[in-house]
Write a protein that binds this ligand. Structure first.
Ligand code: GLU
Length: 466
């Protein structure tokens, strides 16, 4: 079975485990499915939000007026473009680039760029749609957008990465700006790529517009804590969620899927708060280290050597082992942090985690748990934090970077980290209070969707039909 077929099957499985929709929302969803045929991840992301909105429509029917929900489900603008570039052998390669400018009711479009072979318009739309609510929930003045390309950075040389980024920006620069649309990183786009993208933007625009991109290097307008922010934020969220059950991360066993930017800094903060991280992974398999993952070694392998995670077991020797098959979620843990990619944690894997006594699950990645998995966690009353709440620390710190750029200021690590932790606490509490207000205490999904929606909807109403 190809990876694409597998993704389709998982997405299909997600669509079948649905909750009923409010009768006003049913035709809206049917139209989303018709208009975005085959875009299963996007359809699913919309479905999940609409399932929560039934509660709002019941209380405030006017939110369904003026096709407000239909407008939220339709991107304001979608840009698809050719990205030609020359590889090291002199052959010309062609990729497809995307930027979906989904919603600007709260501020300039804001969201990352993903470079991965699985990228297509449906994936970018699902991510852009999630981003609207995530950004709204943060309480900061940022709209929702997302972009990327079906380019595979794996195995490419420095020169190839730079030429690709330059070609990508040659087209993208027409559509972005500090007050218009502010991209950042996501899977396959880190500090190195942001540097090349910024350099090309600066050259084409003939302007040092620091606030046009976030996730920049510290020497040219980046913010302290941005690198760590998504992972740290996820763990701050978990800590606060555990607090509602009068416990914390001290002495807990944690499993973290992935070993990219989000996973690495989630592990760092979990360890700092007294947890033992027992496993992490990449697309080739997972490593288990009962003594606790040696994070310096993971950083060396992933950030410096850019090698596979199997190297960890080889270099660490005793106590650590690598498994190229099976699932990281078979490893017993108290806290599970899926930080790799969408649909990576299935219903079967959720059942194993529950059987092994998991206390809390927080999505460091965007939509890593399938519908089945989410339902399983909810019916077992496991603390479950959806990505749009639990991984909002990254984009929130991007907004802090924009703030520093606009005021030509530079904050200390401590100041920035304190703001991040305060923002996450606010998101957590907003989710909980909203869930309670709508009669579903402890349901962070419902709380996140409704709190995010209300802020966007209020602004859209104020702006009239645009
Ligand atoms: N890609 C990240 C996300 O999914 C960060 C986006 C940003 O900083 O703009 O939220």
């Amino acid at each position: 079975m190809t990876q694409h077929m597998q993704t389709q099957m998982i997405a299909q499985d997600r669509i079948q485990t649905v909750l009923p929709l409010d009768e006003k929302l049913e035709p809206i969803f049917a139209e989303v499915v018709r208009r975005n045929a085959g875009e299963t991840e996007f359809q699913q992301a919309v479905r999940e939000v609409l399932e929560s909105l039934g509660h709002v429509i019941a209380k405030h029917p006017d939110y369904a007026d003026d096709a407000l929900i239909e407008r939220i489900c339709e991107p304001e603008r979608q840009i698809i473009f050719r990205v030609p570039w020359m590889d090291d052998s002199g052959a010309v390669q062609v990729n497809r680039g995307f930027r979906v400018q989904f919603n600007s009711a709260l501020g300039p479009y804001k969201g990352g760029l993903r470079f991965h072979p699985s990228v297509n318009v449906g994936i970018i739309k699902f991510l852009g749609f999630e981003q609207i609510f995530k950004n709204a929930l943060s309480g900061l003045p940022i709209g929702g957008g997302k972009g990327g390309a079906d380019f595979d950075p794996k195995g490419k040389s420095e020169g190839e990465i730079m030429r690709f980024c330059q070609s990508f920006m040659t087209e993208l620069h027409h559509h972005i700006g500090e007050h218009t649309d502010v991209p950042a990183g996501d899977i396959g786009v880190g500090g190195r790529e942001i540097g090349y993208l910024f350099g090309q933007y600066k050259r084409l625009a003939n302007r040092f517009e620091a606030g046009v991109l976030t996730g920049k290097g510290m020497t040219y307008g980046g913010s302290r804590v941005r690198t760590q922010a998504t992972g740290y934020g996820t763990v701050y969220f978990v800590q606060r969620m555990l607090g509602t059950k009068h416990t914390d991360l001290e002495g807990k066993r944690v499993a973290v899927s992935g070993s990219g930017n989000v996973a690495i800094y989630a592990m760092e903060k979990a360890i700092a708060l007294g947890a033992t991280v027992v496993a992490c992974s990449d697309s080739s398999g997972h490593v288990i280290d009962e003594n606790g993952i040696d994070l310096d070694l993971v950083k060396e392998i992933k950030e410096v050597r850019r090698e596979r995670i199997s190297e960890y077991a080889r270099l660490k020797g005793t106590g650590a082992h690598f498994l190229g098959s099976g699932s990281i979620w078979d490893v017993p843990c108290d806290v599970a942090l899926p930080c790799a990619t969408q649909n990576e944690l299935s219903g079967r894997e959720a059942a194993t985690l529950i059987k092994n006594g998991v206390l809390a699950v927080a999505e460091g990645a965007n939509m890593p748990c399938t519908r089945e998995a989410v339902r399983a966690f909810q019916s077992a009353e496991i603390l479950f934090a959806p990505g749009k709440a639990a991984n909002a620390g990254g984009v929130a710190t991007s907004a802090l970077e924009m703030q520093q750029n606009a005021s030509r200021d530079r904050w200390t690590f401590e100041q920035t980290n304190a703001r991040l932790s305060e923002i996450i606490a606010g998101i957590h509490d907003r989710c909980r209070e909203t869930a309670e207000e709508y009669g579903a205490p402890g349901n962070y999904i419902l709380g996140a969707n409704i709190a995010g929606f209300v802020r966007v909807a209020e602004s859209m109403r104020a702006h009239g039909v645009v």
